[in-house]
Design a protein. Structure first.
Length: 293
């Protein structure tokens, strides 16, 4: 699977934190037992544990599954808040990793991961988790919505090429990645197998003051678009030059669409012994999540 640098993960972290749906995170956490055993797929530097730690009161026991040993080491070295119990599995997620879901596993998370996966990988994941009756929390899945402000005539060209580039194989399964199609495909894959699926928007909002993030997104979009269509490089370069001037003048902002997904086994899961009945309601400041069925 294509990796990401620790610097990029750190840069995006505050935008991830601001974007995630509090309601879906609370609903996932409230349905778990008091000392849950969680598996975090594509753990990176441990964003899943940092996000859910306050909701779980430090009681969770984590298994971080990550293919990059340097990122995995950073995840295991987290000390803020104190890491209760964690172990790492340095493993290529394109291979068989199902054995990490020990019989005592209570839930699975995957932060900003599943848009890198193929349709077949998602189908296999859905079959495995529904068969094991495990809840699945997957926030920050790109959905293809990108809005630069101010608008530019070349936004459509750059956006189309960037989205095509996102569909290139990322090593998480054989074939093209789902990219912006990941939310819809994932919801359908779990729904077909009888699971309940909740979704909520979790868009990045990047204002003019966040110049480092804007620059990273601008340069990344331009590079991906140019790689996808060398014939369009002059138009892409002109677009990037205009955007750099707007960035320097403090006139540029960006919204990037994401979806948070929460998959729940059939309804009786919420009423199982040791699980909170608070899992029955989900309302947050961004609106109510919707059932993907």
């Amino acid at each position: 699977m294509s990796g990401f640098s620790a610097d990029w993960l750190a840069l995006r972290a505050p935008f991830d934190d601001a974007a995630r749906s509090p309601g879906l995170a609370c609903r996932f956490a409230s349905g778990l037992p008091d000392r849950p055993r969680l598996v975090d797929l594509g753990a990176g530097t441990g964003a899943g544990r940092r996000a859910l730690g306050p909701l779980l009161g430090g009681r969770a026991r984590w298994t971080f599954v990550e293919g990059d040993p340097a990122l995995l080491q950073r995840a295991l070295q987290q000390r803020d808040p104190p890491l209760a119990r964690a172990r790492g599995q340095c493993r290529n997620l394109a291979a068989d990793w199902s054995h990490v879901l020990s019989p005592g596993c209570d839930g699975v998370t995957a932060f900003a991961l599943i848009d890198l996966a193929t349709a077949g990988w998602i189908d296999r994941l859905a079959a495995l988790l529904v068969r094991r009756r495990l809840p699945f929390y997957a926030p920050l899945v790109v959905d293809g919505r990108v809005r630069w402000t101010p608008g530019d005539p070349a936004d459509a060209l750059v956006g189309r090429l960037f989205h095509s580039h996102q569909r290139r194989p990322k090593g998480l399964g054989h074939g093209p990645a789902l990219g912006p199609a990941a939310p819809a495909w994932t919801m359908a894959a779990f729904r077909r197998r009888g699971a309940r699926v909740l979704a909520a928007a979790s868009d990045w909002t990047v204002p003019p003051a966040e110049s480092a993030m804007l620059a990273a997104m601008l340069e990344g979009a331009a590079a991906a678009a140019a790689e996808q269509s060398p014939a369009d490089r002059p138009a892409i370069a002109a677009w990037a030059d205009r955007r750099r001037r707007q960035l320097a003048d403090g006139q540029l902002s960006l919204v990037v669409g994401h979806q948070d997904l929460l998959v729940l086994p059939p309804m009786e899961w919420a009423a199982a012994p040791g699980r909170s009945q608070a899992a029955g309601a989900m309302i947050d400041g961004k609106g109510t999540g919707h059932d993907g069925r």
